[in-house]
Write a protein that binds this ligand. Structure first.
Ligand code: FES
Ligand SMILES: [Fe+2]
Length: 366
């Protein structure tokens, strides 16, 4: 990644001091980030599994505040604005009358899937005066790693691979996904992803960590890593601590034998990577409409043959339920309930500040 951007993002000790000590209480520290309700433009985002878009079966999604219809014809995926300019009906309720087009259900306005242009108004005859005077937006789409990716932004997009973590593009990447729409602002979700301390408290008694003993607290440094990531690197992990006049925490549990320290990274435009030893978790947060986001979760393992089969089995028999569902639903419940500002940050929140600063830098450049 751009070294200077990452450097700016994590070495803002002065701003960190100000935020954590509340010296700027009530002030907006990251104004562009605060206003980025619709997310960060000019990035490719994963939107659905390829197999979930069947041939000639339109699918409607709200993304970045915009209604979008996805359609597959002869294997090619198209994405167009899902609002008919005539009377505002969702185009995805319509049907296909001619190859390469899609017709609105209400009065038969017919749009070119590639360009979004109105090419016929079927209830006004072939010489309809409206033809050529209306269009719907179109969105660049691509398929990689069994996923449909959409470019949200202006102009010609970069190659889709630019914004896909290399681990997902490796030829031996075995990928499984869970994609849901959740309540909560996308920024709360991203901040929760990179949040340093909740893993040691909120998730302590999750099924995923039944046999694991997360440290009571850690100290971390945040810095640039491979690809576009900034990573929290643990410099000190304290398993138990004595709180004067209160006692020891966390409680000792004899069945918790495994140490649990994971490596967590985040990158623009809101993608998280968590290394769990032999496999990796990725998650994206796509704004849908205000106060909601599309939560895209992946597990990735590099293996093949019987190893691939065993990993898929492990996912569907175990990881999906204890991790993508139960563990990450604990996050979802917090993301839904969170309400800021105001907020009062503490030491471990340097993780949030690093992420916000990364976004602020990027938004300044656009
Ligand atoms: S609302 Fe779409 S054709 Fe009339
Ligand atoms: Fe979490």
């Amino acid at each position: 990644m751009d070294e200077s951007a990452a450097g700016k993002a994590y070495s803002m000790e002065v701003e960190f001091e100000r935020q954590v000590t509340g010296a700027r209480a009530g002030a907006t520290r990251f104004p562009r980030y605060d206003h980025a309700v619709r997310g960060i433009a000019n990035y490719w985002y994963p939107v659905m599994k390829s197999r979930d878009l069947r041939e000639r079966r339109p699918k409607a999604l709200k993304l970045f505040g915009q209604p979008i219809m996805f359609f597959r014809e002869n294997g090619t995926v198209y994405a167009i604005g899902d609002r008919c300019p005539h009377r505002g009906v969702p185009i995805s309720l319509g049907r296909q009358e001619f190859c390469g087009t899609f017709s609105c259900r209400y009065h038969g306005w017919t749009f070119d899937l590639k360009t979004g242009a109105l090419v016929a108004a079927l209830t006004d005859g072939p010489d309809s005066a409206i033809v050529g005077k209306a269009r719907v937006p179109t969105y660049p789409v691509a398929e990689r790693a069994g996923i449909i990716w959409l470019f949200y932004g202006e102009g010609t997009p970069p190659p889709v691979e630019t914004h896909i973590p290399p681990e997902m593009l490796a030829p031996d990447a075995v990928i499984e996904a869970r994609i849901t729409t959740r309540p909560g602002d996308w920024r709360y979700a991203a901040e929760n992803g990179f949040d340093e301390s909740h893993g040691k408290y909120l998730h302590r008694d999750s099924l995923m960590m039944f046999f694991s003993h997360p440290p009571g607290y850690v100290r971390t440094e945040i810095g640039p890593d491979d690809w576009n990531w900034i990573t929290r690197k643990t410099t000190q992990a304290v398993p138990f601590a004595e709180y004067p006049a209160l006692g020891s925490w966390p409680k000792r549990r004899f069945w918790k034998i495994a140490r649990s320290i994971v490596r967590v990274s985040i990158a623009l435009p809101g993608v998280l990577r968590v290394h769990y030893g032999s496999w990796i978790h990725f998650e994206w947060y796509l704004p849908t409409e205000d106060g909601h986001h599309r939560y895209v979760q992946f597990v990735v393992k590099h293996t093949s043959g019987i190893g691939a089969l065993l990993f898929r089995l492990r996912y569907w028999l175990l990881l999906r339920w204890v991790f993508h569902v139960q563990f990450n639903d604990q996050d979802a419940s917090m993301v839904e309930l969170m309400q800021t500002p105001p907020e009062q940050l503490f030491g471990p929140d340097h993780s949030l500040i690093a992420w916000r600063a990364l976004c602020e830098d990027a938004l300044q450049e656009t």
